[in-house]
Design a protein. Structure first.
Length: 197
């Protein structure tokens, strides 16, 4: 990588880091050009050069955090031999990610992410295909072995991740009735019941 490319990458990373900081401190409404350039120390021209707009920057930030989460989930099931141990590992990895990265997790579970997901679902999925494919392939082998019910993969995904996402959202919203450690113990068995044949 040339020095110019390296500087460009560093500038883009500073903008992404600043965008998360601004989002965490001020919410979606606080993510303005002025707040971003101030927090990052990067010029307005650089912001537009690297991301095209504030929305482009926020989309890139969302993809960054989605990629990190999916990478963790993929790694969590790699060594799992059964669907049960894999679901347990996946639930634990998801909730651990949420606990360790609350600012990134709030963005991933935000109304902004929901709106983007609805508007650009196919593009988001395509952009993360390399990270989604191992998870899908892993689950498909357990469907093929008869350990998981032969349901459409989108339905299995909803049954597995739906309760975890709902728990994470509640915890991120500050409800004090959510214990992530307890959820990590209880959810896997309930999820397995919903996907067992």
């Amino acid at each position: 990588m040339s020095p110019k490319q390296q500087r460009g990458e560093e500038t883009a990373d500073r903008l992404l880091d600043a965008a998360l900081q601004v989002y965490a401190e001020a919410g979606e409404q606080g993510v303005t050009v002025g707040a971003l350039t101030k927090a990052s120390g990067v010029s307005l021209g650089s912001l537009y050069h690297h991301f095209g707009s504030v929305d482009g920057l926020m989309n890139a930030l969302l993809l960054r955090w989605l990629g990190l989460l999916l990478a963790d989930l993929g790694t969590s099931v790699e060594r799992s031999r059964t669907a049960r141990t894999g679901v347990r590992a996946l639930v634990r990895a998801y909730l651990k990610f949420i606990k360790e990265n609350p600012d990134g997790a709030r963005l991933l579970h935000s109304s902004y992410a929901d709106r983007l997901g609805m508007a650009q679902a196919r593009q988001l999925r395509d952009a993360q295909e390399a990270r989604l494919s191992p998870l899908t392939a892993w689950m498909q082998q357990h469907v093929d072995s008869g350990e998981v019910a032969p349901l459409p993969m989108s339905m299995i995904e909803g049954l597995v991740l739906g309760p975890v996402v709902a728990t994470a959202r509640r915890w991120l919203a500050g409800f004090d009735d959510v214990d992530l450690d307890q959820a990590a113990r209880l959810l896997p068995e309930r999820i397995m019941r919903s996907i067992s044949p």
